[in-house]
Design a protein around this ligand. Structure first.
Ligand code: CP
Ligand code: NVA
Length: 326
């Protein structure tokens, strides 16, 4: 299972075939069942894993750490400011040094080019834990969550409602299209995904039987959707844009009315988290209109956000085991 991925880096889903993504999802399900049964593995025994974080993280960091420990690896957290990375030493030099000491490297940060450079120079598998452009380990967990809910991915519709230009919108378009789904990006025109990426994703969908819709019309965009997905309106590094994004995206907040507008009673709500859904955070107190989802939907019976968060660890473990494990 997924044995053909040994030695590969995991930088963005566009680099993987539908079959490879399917194998990673199967391995994730096996590892989840094992963990539930109390069976821990030794697939990463003796491996040292570097976890580089330029941006904050709860789920991704904790999923990598717990997945490493579950499979016998040693995780080493290297936070922003802890290492010379990019300041006093080139990314290529740090990559070559870390590659002599570690067996695998996770990177979360701003530039996709940095994670690609790490993969090019380190000589070990590199895993992208989020960049400005892509978030592949998250979308693997999202696909797993939908597969658990609906059985199969092919033919499902997912409507992503919100900032259509961010890492989540980009990666969901690719991941859903690869698995033969109908992916819809529902956003104001100013936040539509890049035309070049839409073209690429349409070409993928043409191969897999998937479909791609980009629209600013909420009613048309969500009709028939099996999943409504959203993300924060301003991503990490875009905090200065919060007032502008609130004005642009107010009409795209996920509400109970929008869930009902899918016309299905089995639509699930998904969110990569962290989410603004009430006013119990500093930023939500400062910007009362910042919430991208109504609290009643987030806390409601169709919300699967914490299954999705749990699935981060099983999918991240699968990526490490498939690319590095014995
Ligand atoms: N979804 C996600 O990547 O969460 P963190 O930012 O907490 O890692
Ligand atoms: N788009 C968000 C995703 C967080 C998991 C961000 O980049 O901040």
């Amino acid at each position: 299972m997924a044995g053909n991925l040994k030695g590969r880096s995991f930088l963005k889903l566009i680099d993987f075939t539908p079959g490879e993504i399917g194998d990673l999802l199967s391995l994730s399900a096996t590892l989840k069942a094992n963990k539930r049964a109390g069976v821990t593995g030794r697939a990463l025994a003796g491996k040292n894993i570097a976890l580089i974080f330029e941006k904050a993280s709860t789920r991704t960091r904790c999923a990598f750490v717990t997945a490493c420990v579950d499979e016998g690896a040693h995780p080493e957290y290297l936070g922003k400011g802890d290492i010379q990375f990019g300041k006093k030493e080139t990314v290529a030099d740090t990559a070559r040094v870390l590659g002599r000491m570690f067996d695998g490297i996770q990177f979360r940060g701003f530039s996709q080019q940095v994670v690609e450079t790490l993969a090019q120079y380190s000589g070990v598998p590199v895993w992208n834990g989020l960049t400005d452009d892509w978030h592949p380990t998250q979308v693997l967990a999202d696909l797993m969550t939908m597969q658990e809910e609906f059985g199969a991915l092919k033919g499902l519709s997912l409507a992503y409602v919100g900032d259509g230009r961010n890492n989540m919108a980009n990666e969901l378009m690719v991941g859903c299209a690869k698995m033969g789904m109908h992916v819809r990006i529902v956003a104001p025109k100013a936040l539509f995904p890049k035309a070049e990426l839409v073209e690429t994703v349409r070409a993928i969908a043409a191969q897999t039987g998937g479909q791609v819709t980009i629209t600013d019309d909420v009613a048309a965009g969500v009709a028939g959707a099996h999943a409504l997905y959203t993300d924060v309106w301003a991503s990490m590094g875009e905090e200065a844009k919060i007032p502008e994004r609130i004005a642009q995206l107010k009409a795209y907040k996920i509400t109970r009315a929008m869930m009902a507008a899918t016309g299905r009673d089995d639509t699930i709500f998904l969110h990569c988290l962290p989410a603004f859904h009430n006013h119990d955070t500093d930023l939500a107190r400062q910007f009362p209109d910042i919430c991208e989802v109504e609290d009643e939907v987030f806390e409601g019976p169709r919300s699967r956000v914490f299954d999705e968060a749990e699935n981060r660890v099983h999918t991240i473990k699968a990526v490490m085991v498939a690319t590095l494990g014995r």
